[in-house]
Ligand binder design. Structure first.
Ligand code: AMP
Length: 140
């Protein structure tokens, strides 16, 4: 199967608990390859832009505050059917509903502090990758 790409964020609850490696190991064991990775402190402007589709949601302000509360690790992941593969290993948004063995079931703290973000479509993956990475920063 042709390799495709998706975009991932290891969120502040995971970096705070020193789980960058643990999350990455689960991604790799699911058949995804990290082809770009950087640890950043997201600005409020970046978080508001990235989550712009959720601007009208009641949880928007809390989400932006949370995503800027500490470092995150933004990554580009490559693999067969990367978007769906990543969503499968992440598990449901709410860790209470996530399957055993998924990142969110094993590591997440709550629906907000849910350890990882993953693109929900190939089109959004392209947009989200472009939001954080220059083409030359991605080395497959
Ligand atoms: P998504 O764009 O699907 O990644 O959703 C954005 C993020 O918003 C999720 O990963 C959660 O961290 C957060 N979120 C989604 N729904 C809720 C909710 N009902 N309450 C609080 N945070 C939420």
């Amino acid at each position: 199967m042709a390799a495709t790409r998706t975009f991932s964020i290891i969120k502040p609850d995971a970096t705070r608990r020193n789980l960058t490696g643990a999350v990455t190991k689960m991604l790799e064991e699911a058949g995804l390859r990290v082809v770009a990775s950087k640890r950043i402190q997201m600005t409020r402007e970046q978080a508001e832009g990235f989550y712009g589709v959720h601007r009208e949601r009641p949880f928007f302000n809390d989400l932006v505050s949370f995503m800027t509360s500490g470092p995150v690790v933004v990554q580009v992941l490559e693999g067969g059917n990367a978007v769906q593969r990543n969503r499968d290993v992440m598990g449901a948004t709410n860790p209470e509903n996530a399957e055993p063995g998924t990142i969110r079931k094993e590591l997440a703290e709550s629906i907000e502090a849910n350890s990882v973000h993953g693109s929900d479509s190939e089109e959004n993956a392209r947009i989200e990758i472009e939001f954080f990475f220059k083409p030359e920063e991605i080395v497959g």
